[in-house]
Design a binder for this molecule. Structure first.
Ligand SMILES: [Zn+2]
Ligand SMILES: [Zn+2]
Length: 256
């Protein structure tokens, strides 16, 4: 399983992109930077898009992607709440064509919205995908994605602390997880449903005591304004746990 990090931040600029990762060139997870970071040829290869939740930084490239790739049908998988936000705010037939239907612009639909139920594994393009509830102000799911070769990724952003049940229901080899704020903004992290290095440490310690191991850990959804501070604090978490922890950057790839 090859994981390519297209966007790894929560704020966009010339140097930072919104969250999106690509698995084996065919499965996209979140759509913050799905069009801006891929060539048209690369976009054409994508068969399905998984959306974690309805916040703008995770869904915003869906209409642009559908516009670019209207000759093919792309399936979008998400919880019903997220599909409703997408339909009422972005794929609404007002700011762009309604890509889920045939109309004067489209000879056939370019998007099919598919509902995911939490904790119910589903086959998507040969991968087993299980949506798992996270802790965030609006309904949000992470994804445990298992490849045909039994490589297993757990994608968990955006989320705040309290992930014990998540650890009980998954067994990833690679964990991609939210770390948005530095420790001095711990209260903001709690309030906004995100993690800081100190909260991450507690969650990873709980993972280890629940599962008896730690997976490879990659951090995502960093606030660029605090990145240097977060990276410094993550070094402390890393030495405390005795494992390497990677902070993802745009363009990184990881193979498991
Ligand atoms: Zn969010
Ligand atoms: Zn976000």
């Amino acid at each position: 399983m090859n994981i390519r990090f297209l966007g790894t931040h929560n704020e966009e600029s010339r140097d930072t992109r919104l969250v999106s990762v690509l698995i084996d060139d065919v499965l996209a997870v979140d759509a913050g930077s799905l069009t801006s970071e891929l060539s048209f040829k690369e976009q054409e290869r994508i068969r399905a898009i998984l959306l974690s939740h309805g916040h703008y930084d995770h869904i915003r490239a869906v209409p642009a992607f559908a516009f670019n790739n209207s000759q093919q049908l792309t399936r979008v998988f998400a919880a019903q709440e997220t599909l409703d936000i997408l339909s009422s705010h972005l794929v609404d037939g007002l700011i762009y064509p309604k890509f889920t239907e045939k109309n004067s612009f489209l000879k056939k639909p370019a998007l099919e919205l598919c509902r995911l139920e939490a904790l119910s594994p589903q086959d998507i393009e040969g991968y087993t995908v299980m949506a798992v509830p996270l802790n965030h102000p609006i309904g949000t799911v992470g994804f445990e994605i298992t490849s045909p070769e039994q490589k297993r990724l757990l994608y968990a952003t955006d989320t705040g602390p309290g992930l014990h049940r998540l650890w009980e229901s998954t067994s990833p080899q690679l964990l991609v997880i939210d770390t948005t704020y530095p420790d001095r903004l711990e209260k903001t992290a709690w309030d906004a449903g995100h993690l800081c290095p100190k909260l991450l440490l507690k969650e990873l310690a709980d993972f280890r005591s629940t599962k008896g191991y730690l997976p490879r850990v990659v951090l995502i959804h960093l606030s660029p304004k605090f990145e240097a501070e977060i990276r410094d604090e993550v070094r402390g978490v890393s030495s405390e746990l005795g494992i390497p922890i990677k902070v993802a950057s745009e363009g990184d790839t990881i193979t498991i």
